[in-house]
Ligand binder design. Structure first.
Ligand SMILES: Cc1cc2nc3c(=O)[nH]c(=O)nc-3n(C[C@H](O)[C@H](O)[C@H](O)COP(=O)(O)OP(=O)(O)OC[C@H]3O[C@@H](n4cnc5c(N)ncnc54)[C@H](O)[C@@H]3O)c2cc1C
Length: 393
């Protein structure tokens, strides 16, 4: 039987970072992955340019049943540490918006950087490995695949979440956690488009492709970004962000004109252009096709501006500043960027990422109940939790 100091399951962001760090400490490390290539999610992330971190990362950008758990790892391996690595490898990058750092060329640069670092640290990587069983021994763990059984002292689970099953996502990490007595908190697709109720679909699918800056709110959390109408529902960064806070049955409240007070705007338009129609005035603020839909749905009724009184102008403003969508559901793991929930952080050490009640078993990255906002935060959690586990495993 082959023996390793550390076996890492999952050659994604967290697993590779952990393997590199453990390898640098002189540990004999093997990374096992079920796919044909390493870092598949990195390759397709950020539209192929990988939003690899966020300059403003703080624990406030993460959801978890224990909001304090991520603090230690995020402070020990920061966005600046990862950026220093990117700069050391001379990977060109830029800030797109809101502190989000992307590769100038391709996400392949990040995967190549990790592979180069892993090689330098003596890490072995075995792909297309289908793990059948993991068992505990006095000395550590045995990981069984059809071809070979391997033993290790430390086992690191970095097998990610459930999103994009066609990209190799499996429930393996959650099942392994349960096998070893760790609690797994309920899982849910997040950073995911929401879908229309049938009645809304009939109306809004015709304006699929229309996008506008909004603020979107679910359960008290508000995000100011763009919203996109699609054939199936609503998407765009504002909606992906609030989807993490939305629960089935909840509303999403959208301010369709966050920058301009509609009542004040209509009042001033009324003074300067009294004969102008309401739809013409509103089309100066909102996409014309959306205004037409709002008329069709009788959310607003067209009339010359001079016919509006202050009360009716305020009513229109209230409807557009607080438009209520009631999603039918989400598009689910098929298109979600991440999985909410996962291995309960109460069963893990925030200092080492190790299971509290099971020696030498570590959980890192998305498999853990720590989920970032859209904007490079999920990778920063993967790098930070992987780096930390790499110091101890
Ligand atoms: C389309 C898309 C775009 C995204 N863009 C961004 C972005 O720009 N910025 C950002 O911060 N986050 C982004 N994310 C989220 C980010 O990709 C994940 O949070 C991050 O990859 C999690 O890292 P991880 O190492 O925990 O898991 P993963 O990167 O998912 O790696 C897990 C690995 O484990 C392997 N595996 C799974 N099951 C098994 C098994 N049974 N046996 C062996 N191997 C197994 C998988 O094949 C995979 O290689 C995006 C996600 C998606 C889906």
């Amino acid at each position: 039987m082959q023996h390793y100091d550390v076996i890492v399951i999952g050659a994604g962001a967290a697993g590779l970072m952990c393997a590199i760090e453990a390898g640098k400490r002189g540990r004999k490390v093997l990374v096992l992955d079920n796919g044909k290539r390493v870092g598949r999610k990195i390759l397709m992330s950020g539209g192929g340019r990988c939003n690899f971190t966020n300059m403003y990362t703080s624990p406030d950008n993460f959801l978890s049943h224990n909001r304090h758990y991520c603090k230690s790892a995020l402070s020990r391996y920061t966005q600046w540490d990862f950026l220093a690595l990117v700069q050391q490898h001379q990977i060109p990058y830029h800030e797109k918006t809101l502190g989000q750092l992307f590769c100038d060329n391709s996400a392949k640069d990040i995967v190549q950087m990790l592979v180069t670092e892993a090689k330098a640290a003596g890490v072995e990587i075995a792909l297309q490995q289908h793990i059948q069983q993991v068992t505990k021994t006095d000395a550590g763990f045995i990981v069984e695949t059809p071809a070979v059984n391997r033993a290790c002292t430390s086992l690191v689970v970095a097998s990610g979440g459930l999103s994009l099953p066609n990209l190799g996502a499996t429930a393996f990490g959650f099942q392994l956690a349960e096998q070893f007595g760790l609690n797994v908190l309920p899982l849910r697709a997040a950073l995911v488009p929401v879908t229309w109720q049938p009645a809304d679909k009939a109306i809004f699918e015709e304006i699929s492709g229309v996008s506008l800056p909004v603020t979107a709110e679910a359960n008290g959390t508000v995000f100011p970004e763009d919203m996109l109408f699609t054939h199936r529902g609503l998407s765009g960064p504002a909606i992906l962000q609030v989807s993490s806070y939305w629960q089935p049955g909840d509303d999403i409240e959208v301010n369709l004109s966050p920058e301009t007070d509609i009542h004040a705007f209509l009042t001033s338009q009324q003074q300067s252009h009294p004969e102008q129609e309401l739809k013409t005035a509103l089309a100066k603020l909102l996409p014309k096709r959306l205004v037409e839909k709002l008329l069709e749905m009788q959310i607003i009724s067209n009339q010359p501006l001079k016919a509006l009184n202050s009360k009716s102008s305020q009513t229109i403003a209230n409807r557009l500043h607080g438009y209520i969508f009631k999603p039918n559901g989400t598009e689910g793991y098929r298109t979600a960027e991440v999985t909410l929930g996962g291995v309960d952080t109460n069963d893990l050490s925030s200092k080492t990422m190790a299971a509290k009640e099971q020696d030498n078993l570590y959980f890192i990255g998305e498999v853990v109940d720590v989920t970032g906002w859209l904007g490079g935060y999920n990778f920063q959690w993967a790098w930070a939790s992987g780096w930390v586990a790499g110091q101890y495993c």
